[in-house]
Design a protein around this ligand. Structure first.
Ligand SMILES: [Zn+2]
Length: 300
């Protein structure tokens, strides 16, 4: 491993760390480490630049178990360094099928984004070659016992069918991945219809009194964002949302439920929650929550 320091951590609660990239300020991606008396839990592994495992071992001496909020590549890139992982059962098939960019491409991205003094120091062997390590299924309501500290798995499927939040009532934190934020993307192949997402947000709301903050994969938000998400789902289903058409990162048209202000990241009305979605995928058409889409869609 080169001398580049890829990660840094902030202790956000007792024995709870938010981990982010230290080599750049252009990647707003987070993962989290929580330590119990027996086990430490790593929630997501970001892109796989440098050794996340070695960095985590500077924070805890407990055995580290890996859990995922969902299968997208900016959350699973460092999985290779672990023997196995836990992920909601509805995301397992997509996870096992995941293909990440080759290491050469990862290195180019790191060099493009790194602080100038680090650009020439990053090495190809710093990049993790992705391998989908074995995955154990998680189900809504599962309790993860870390010893003196328990974390509950809450299914908030929508962004991906198997997206979850991990609720830590002791620290009053929910670790939410991408399940509910200012840019909740619901336009992917295995995203759920808005009607199903609404049911799952209402389910998540049952836990709202157990946490004061939501630490996500890209943002830190207050729990009131869940209420804004519920309200906006109802407007989409009623056909009364703002329906703002925009160009997506994949070059196709997508629809945002609430219109943006002067910047393309903030809502015109000042609220925090927003989502994009496929207009044809508002209502659930069957009884199953699972959506099978044979049309491969690029992820990122
Ligand atoms: Zn995602």
């Amino acid at each position: 491993m080169s001398d580049v320091k890829y990660y840094k951590a902030t202790e956000v609660a007792e024995k709870s760390w938010q981990i982010e990239y230290a080599f750049t300020d252009q990647e707003h991606v987070y993962c989290y480490l929580i330590e119990g008396q027996d086990t430490a839990l790593l929630i997501d592994t970001m892109y796989g630049y440098g050794s996340l495992r070695e960095f985590c071992e500077t924070l805890t001496d407990k055995p580290i178990r890996l859990v995922l909020t969902h299968f997208h590549l900016d959350h699973i890139g460092g999985n290779t360094e672990f023997d196995s992982c836990y992920i909601h059962h509805l995301d397992i098939a997509n996870y096992l099928d995941s293909k990440l960019p080759p290491r050469e491409e990862m290195l180019k991205r790191v060099q493009a984004e790194a602080f100038p003094e680090l650009r020439d120091l990053a090495e190809l062997f710093d990049m993790q070659e992705f391998k989908a390590v074995p995955a154990y299924p998680l189900y809504d309501g599962d309790i993860l016992d870390l010893g003196g500290r328990t974390i509950e798995v809450v299914w908030v499927g929508g962004h991906s069918a198997g997206s979850v939040a991990y609720v830590d009532p002791k620290s009053r934190i929910a670790y939410t991945g991408d399940c509910c934020n200012s840019n909740t993307l619901l336009g992917f192949g295995n995203s759920l219809p808005i009607e199903d997402y609404l049911k799952n947000l209402l389910h998540f709301k049952h836990y709202q009194d157990q946490f004061d903050v939501m630490y996500g994969g890209h943002q830190v938000l207050p729990p009131s964002v869940i209420d804004e998400g519920i309200e906006l789902c109802a407007r989409v289903l009623a056909g009364t949302d703002d329906h703002e058409e925009m160009e997506s990162m994949f070059g196709r048209k997508i629809v945002y439920a609430a219109k943006h202000g002067a910047s393309t990241t903030e809502r015109a009305d000042g609220k925090l929650f927003n989502r994009c979605y496929s207009p044809e995928k508002r209502f659930a058409c069957g009884k199953t929550a699972r959506v099978i889409n044979f049309d491969p869609m690029p992820m990122f």
